[in-house]
Structure formats: C-alpha cells, structure tokens
Design a binder for this molecule. Structure first.
Ligand SMILES: *[C@@H]1O[C@H](CO)[C@@H](O)[C@H](O)[C@H]1NC(C)=O
Ligand SMILES: *[C@@H]1O[C@H](CO)[C@@H](O)[C@H](O)[C@H]1NC(C)=O
Ligand SMILES: *[C@@H]1O[C@H](CO)[C@@H](O)[C@H](O)[C@H]1NC(C)=O
Ligand SMILES: *[C@@H]1O[C@H](CO)[C@@H](O)[C@H](O)[C@H]1NC(C)=O
Ligand SMILES: *[C@@H]1O[C@H](CO)[C@@H](O)[C@H](O)[C@H]1NC(C)=O
Ligand SMILES: *[C@@H]1O[C@H](CO)[C@@H](O)[C@H](O)[C@H]1NC(C)=O
Length: 616
C-alpha cells in the first residue's frame, strides 16, 4: 500500500501534467527503467563531464537547489552527507555534494521499490562519488604544496603584500610633521626611514651605514625592507603569509595626545573594514595576515573606551586578534603580538660591513666592567633604577651616563655607543615599560646585556635571541636589587673571564639578527631582524595550516599564558608552572577579561614617557 502512495506522488512531481497511470506492474517497471536511464545520463554528464569549464554553471544552480532542500534530506542521506559540509566552499566540492543529494533523492523516495533495483542504481553512483570526493580540501593547500617543489627556491616562502590605499601608509609620511607632538619625525623619514646619516667624527661608528634612526621607525623600515623581499608574489593563492603594509605605529602616534578615542580608533576601523572585504581575508579569516606597529603593544591595547585611557584598541579588535602584529614590545599575556628588535643606528648595506663591525667589536679594549645609560624613576616605587644608579656611582668599575630632562650626552648616539663599546656588561633595567631600545644598542656594541626582568627580553624577542639566555646575557632578578640584597658589581666580577669572553662572542654573533639592514639594498647571505621575523611568521602560519588540516590545533591554549608557549622548546606543546610566574602574575579584575590586567594598564599609562628620549 505504502508503495503506491509514495510512488505516484513522485510521478506527479517528475512528469507534471501527466495523467495518473494505471497501477500496473508493467507501467511501474517502465517508470523504473526511465528513472534508471535518467540517472545514468545525469551521472554521465554531470559527474563524468570531461569539460571542467562546463561545470560551474550546473553546479551553481544545483547548489541552490541543494541548499533549499538540505534540511529534510540530511537525515535521509546521513552516510552520504557526512563528508560534504567540510568541503563546502571549495570549487570541486559543491558538485559532489549536489550530485550526492540529487541523484539518490529520487531513489530514496522510492525506498520500498524492489531492493535489487535500488541497490543497482544507487551503488555505482555512490561508490564513484565517494572516490571522487577529495578528503578535505583547504584553499591554502596550494600554498603549502609550493614548499614541496624542489625546483622553486621560493617554495613555501612566498609573501603576498596587500595594495593598501595610500592613506594607510604613504600619506602619513607626507604628513610626517603630525606624527608625534614631541618629535618632528620628518627628518627621521629620510633614507627610507633610517633617518639622517651619522658622521663618524669620534671614530665610534663606521664610515658608512650609520644613521640617526628614531626608535619608532620600524613601521617604515620594515615596509621598505619588504619591498626587497626575494619571494614576493602577486598570486595570493601560493602565499605562505599575507603582509599588510599599514603604518600602525605612525597611525596611533598621530592621535596619542589630545585626541578622543573615536579619532584614535578611526584608522584601525578603516583598515579592518578594507581588509575584510578582500578575498584574501576569507581564506583563513585573516590568520595568515601580519602587520607591523613599531611601538610597544600597550599603545594598541586600550582597555576601555574611557577617554582618559591610553592608546587605540587595534589589538583588541576581532580581526586583529586573528592577525599577527609585530611590535617592539609585546604583551606577555596575549597571542596576537610578537616582539621584534628596536632599530639601532647601524643599517649595513652589505655583509662585509657587518663582518668588519663584528671583528672590531671583538678586538676592543673594554675598560669598564659595567655601565648604565638612563634616568631614574623617582615617581615609581617599584623601579630599581635609582638603586642601580647608586650602585654604579659608588663603584669604580661602573660608568654612568645619566639622562636628565633636556639635552644631555645621554641623547647623543656617539656618546652612548662609545660607552657601550668600552664596557663588558650593560645594565638594562625596565624603564616605563619592560623593554628598551638600549638593549639592542648595547648588543650592537658587543656589550653583554644584564636584564632584571624576563619581560625585558627573554619572553619578548624569542625569534631573535637564543632561548638559553645565559649564553648571551646575565639575569639578576630585580627583587634582590630593590631590597638592597644584591651587589651588581660582585655578581659581574664573579663571572670567569673565559665565560665573559664566550658570552661576548655570542652577543657579537647575534648582531646580524638584531639589526635592520639598509632597505635600499640587501645583505648577501646574512639574515637581519627583518628576515628572521618574516621567516618566523611564515613558520607560524605554515604550522597553523598544517594543524588545521590534521585537526590538531591546540584546543587548550590559554592566551593569558602566551609567554610560556613562546618559551617552549621545539616539539614541546604543553606548559606548566614556570620559575618566572611571579614576574607575570597579575591581579585580574573579572570585568576586564583575560586580555587586561593591572601591569598592562600601568604600562599603557606610562608609555607616553617613552616618547621623549631614546635612552631614558
Ligand atoms: C615548481 O617551480 C618551478 C619554478 O618556480 C615552476 O616553474 C614549476 O611550475 C613549479 N612546479 C609546480 C608543480 O608547481
Ligand atoms: C572626536 O574628535 C573629533 C575631532 O577632534 C570630533 O570631530 C568628534 O566629534 C569627536 N567625537 C566625539 C565622540 O567626541
Ligand atoms: C577569525 O578566524 C576565525 C577562524 O578562522 C573565523 O571564524 C573568524 O570569523 C575570524 N574573525 C574575523 C573577524 O574575520
Ligand atoms: C646555556 O648556555 C650556557 C653557556 O653557553 C651553557 O653552559 C649551558 O649548558 C646552556 N644550557 C643549555 C640548557 O643548553
Ligand atoms: C633580601 O634580604 C632580606 C633579609 O635578609 C630577605 O628577607 C629578603 O627576602 C631578601 N629579598 C630577596 C628578593 O632576596
Ligand atoms: C594597579 O595596582 C596598583 C598598585 O600596585 C594600584 O595602585 C592601581 O590602582 C592598580 N590599577 C588598576 C587599573 O587596577
């Protein structure tokens, strides 16, 4: 009985207007026969169609049908439909999906029709389709495959650069006088962002390759270095990562003082709107995108919309949470910003300039055991700068270059570099934020840095500096200095001269990785800070893509512990308690969410002070 009620209704649909046939067995078989051939034809033209160009049209219209009918069919075709959803979106895929739905649909409605017939019809189609359906395809697989092409030197390393409208970059350079209220940035924009050349009157620098570079110039230096990258591509489908040449640091610095939050956030909103309309965005929701903001992360992490709060909220925007942003100081508790070195004054144009500099730093006389360039922080009870300055002043082994307000030697690149070149160790306590440009200037001079907080370098520049921090630096936890328990001089004097020599050699070997080469030329074999950063981004995106394919993304990842993940050794994937936990624990008000905290709020509030001097 049921058969009769089902089958005719199907007929009515299929052969509109045809009169109801008599319920004879003959007619039934004839119908089946027709259906069979319809399916064979369908299968032949649609599934096995040799001309791929002919397919999209059919696919599109069928996809629409499939979409309309999807809900009630899912249950019928459980087995067949399970795979497709993952595939949706791929050009190949919809065809497979539709075919699976369309073809059997007719069959299923006839489910009580003699089993043998149904089996014959359904089986070949289903088997063929199952074989044809790709396992699980992702649009970025083409890019991953380029790495397997042995004859392609750029395989797996292509970068696609968005062609942003000039308001996101070039226009800002034209309006350079408005980039900062404290400094006229115009002169620093010369020479592709390196600034004016430094003359070598004191014989401290080399004769070429030295510039009075502003510490916040990485936006433009990095952007110009990218123009020289050897594996740029116009084809985003083979790109290992996508670069967004937005001058994020310049954008925010224009509005840091005296502008409302609407003004400060305008650039980021505009950028994100632009990016999200691009087809490249949809490939990974922006997770293969990266950009540079040559300032500290706190300038882009405004916690609330209070007008008195510092900075813009770029790094809190959902789109920016998917991207990777390179900054000169990252947030230890966040996963979307990564620290890259501050620029130094040295921007060599060729390998040879670097080798000569390294040789010179190896052979220098270093009369001072340690030195410090900087200003105290009398308003900050937690700062150890006052203690360090006192210790330095009272030690005959220490050279001090005290920075006070106004002009002082502490703002002269030549005086600073000269002091670092005459010292074995250079003290690098926190300033108004964890990091300082000075750490890189001192390493460039072959001076072994002494850090007092792991946030000043060890959890920051994990791409550029060795994980084994004792190989190139000395760590003196700041608590001991603050309590007056620790003599820096004693600690440094107790290090064996052979060890000092080894550490200095390591520092000098690190020089290429922590400097930005002249963006108008290219180092032949050496990898500079730019090269290291780009290859780290590529590794990161490549790993993410592989994890997505193998469905092994770390579901337990807790962003608040970002700094611990950064310290993991190769292959390690789980984190636990860490000896530096006390340095990064923070009271966390619930309403502020995991993204915020007291330390970051404080750092943000203090970050304006950094603008006023390189070495402060
Ligand atoms: C491999 O790379 C070479 C050089 O770029 C290119 O000509 C060739 O088409 C690539 N092969 C494949 C299969 O993509
Ligand atoms: C923010 O400042 C701009 C210009 O300084 C002004 O046009 C705008 O109305 C201000 N917006 C708010 C919400 O105060
Ligand atoms: C961020 O990426 C996720 C995962 O790909 C995606 O679901 C989400 O839509 C993306 N966010 C934005 C703002 O595009
Ligand atoms: C770290 O470096 C120091 C000095 O080079 C060395 O003695 C030590 O064995 C290294 N530690 C590890 C874990 O490699
Ligand atoms: C410094 O010394 C005092 C007294 O010996 C001790 O109580 C304190 O814990 C020490 N501080 C540190 C950071 O070692
Ligand atoms: C952060 O902590 C300090 C004391 O360490 C306190 O004075 C300040 O109010 C706190 N700030 C916030 C935003 O909670």
């Amino acid at each position: 009985m049921r058969r009769r009620s089902v089958l005719p209704s199907h007929h009515d649909d299929a052969e509109k207007g045809g009169g109801k046939p008599p319920q004879s067995r003959l007619c039934f078989l004839a119908t089946l026969c027709v259906m069979f051939w319809v399916l064979i034809f369908y299968f032949h033209f649609s599934v096995l169609a040799p001309d791929p160009d002919a397919r999209p049209v059919a696919v599109a219209s069928q996809a629409r049908i499939a979409h309309d009918h999807l809900p009630d069919r899912v249950s019928n075709h459980d087995g067949l439909l399970r795979a497709p959803p993952a595939v949706v979106g791929m050009e190949e895929a919809p065809a497979a999906v539709v075919e699976k739905e369309e073809a059997p649909a007719a069959v299923v409605e006839k489910e009580d029709v003699p089993v043998a017939v149904v089996g014959k019809e359904e089986a070949p189609a289903a088997v063929a389709e199952k074989e044809e359906a790709p396992p699980k395809e992702y649009p970025f697989q083409r890019a991953l495959k380029t790495a397997e092409n042995a004859s392609d030197p750029c395989g797996g390393r292509y970068i696609y650069v968005h062609e942003l409208p000039p308001r996101f970059n070039e226009d800002m350079l034209r309006e350079c006088h408005s980039l900062s209220v404290w400094t006229n940035m115009c002169k620093f924009m010369s020479n592709d962002g390196l600034g004016p050349p430094l003359s070598n009157e004191d014989g401290v620098f080399s004769n070429t390759g030295w510039y009075a570079t502003n510490q916040f110039a990485v936006d433009v230096i990095f952007g110009n270095r990218m123009k020289q990258y050897e594996c740029l591509t116009k084809d985003s489908s083979i790109a290992a990562a996508v670069f967004v040449p937005f001058y994020a640091g310049f954008d925010v610095s224009r509005y840091l003082w005296g502008y409302n939050t609407t003004m400060r956030d305008a650039g980021p909103h505009d950028l994100v709107d632009w990016l999200r309309k691009r087809p490249e965005w949809n490939v990974m929701g922006g997770r293969d995108h990266f950009l540079v903001g040559g300032r500290i992360a706190w300038d882009f992490r405004r916690l609330t919309d209070e007008e008195s709060d510092w900075g813009n909220k770029l790094l809190f925007m959902p789109a920016a949470k998917n991207m990777s942003m390179l900054v000169v100081e990252s947030s230890p508790w966040n996963a979307n910003d990564f620290a890259v070195p501050y620029p130094t004054y040295f921007h060599p144009a060729k390998d040879e300039d670097v080798f000569l500099w390294q040789d010179r730093m190896r052979s220098l006389e270093r009369p001072w055991l340690f030195s410090f360039a900087g200003a105290p922080r009398p308003g900050d009870p937690m700062s150890i700068r006052g203690q360090l300055i006192d210790q330095c002043r009272t030690s005959s082994f220490c050279k001090l270059l005290e920075c006070d307000l106004g002009e002082s030697k502490c703002h002269s690149p030549s005086a600073i570099m000269k002091m670092f070149q005459s010292s074995l160790f250079c003290l690098q306590p926190q300033g108004d934020s964890y990091t300082r440009r000075s750490a890189f200037d001192s390493m460039l001079a072959g001076c072994i840095p002494v850090f007092f907080h792991p946030g000043s370098a060890y959890v920051q520049y994990t791409w550029h500096l060795p994980k084994n921090y004792t190989s190139y630096s000395v760590f003196i936890p700041e608590g001991g200095v603050r309590d007056g328990n620790v003599s820096v001089e004693e600690i440094l004097r107790s290090i064996h001269p052979d060890v000092v020599k080894q550490m200095r050699e390591e520092v000098i070997n690190l020089i290429p990785k922590v400097i930005y080469a002249d963006p108008r030329s290219k180092l032949e074999t050496l990898k500079d800070a730019f090269d290291v950063s780009v290859s780290a981004i590529i590794n990161k995106v490549t790993q993410l893509r592989k994890d997505i394919i193998s469905d092994s993304e770390d579901k337990d990842f807790t962003e608040e512990n970002s700094w611990k993940y950064e310290l993991l050794e190769e292959g390690q994937r789980t984190i636990g308690p860490h000896e530096w936990d006390p340095f990064f624990s923070k009271p966390k008000p619930k309403d502020m969410g995991a993204d915020s905290g007291n330390s970051s709020a404080e750092a943000a509030k203090n970050s304006w002070k950094i603008e006023r001097g390189d070495q402060n």
